[in-house]
Design a protein around this ligand. Sequence first.
Ligand SMILES: [Zn+2]
Length: 149
Amino acid sequence: MAWLAFRDRLSTGDRMRSWGIEQCCMFCGEKNETRDHLFFACPYSFTVWTNTAKRLLGGAITPDRTDTVASLMLPARTRHDHVLKMMVFQTVFYSVWKERNSRRHGGVWVTTEKITRTIDKQIRNRISSLRYVKNHPLEGLMRRWFEVS
Ligand SMILES: [Zn+2]
């Protein structure tokens, strides 16, 4: 799903408009729901990005897709940070898309605080599911996540 979002292949408002369907942003009401707005520039998504990755990415998170993706793609300081950046990238994209679709289909509206807690839990669960053998290169990933989350 994150790959489809990255390639701008999801059925966001701007793509649906070409099929004759109007779709505004389900978070803020912006008339033109584009991928860049939905996942980066929207105040809702930007707050989720900031809450989730501010300490990991520092000041590199901006409402501009190009800047945020560039900072995600830069080599990380350590292998742990690289893995965490990819986990954050996938989990934030998935969670924002899932919340957008839930709202679109009449589901409960989740706050940025709650979605941030859910993302944190999903990343912790993902790290916990990785059963490392002793001296594995990613041993200590959870400790690093606690440091940056
Ligand atoms: Zn919006």
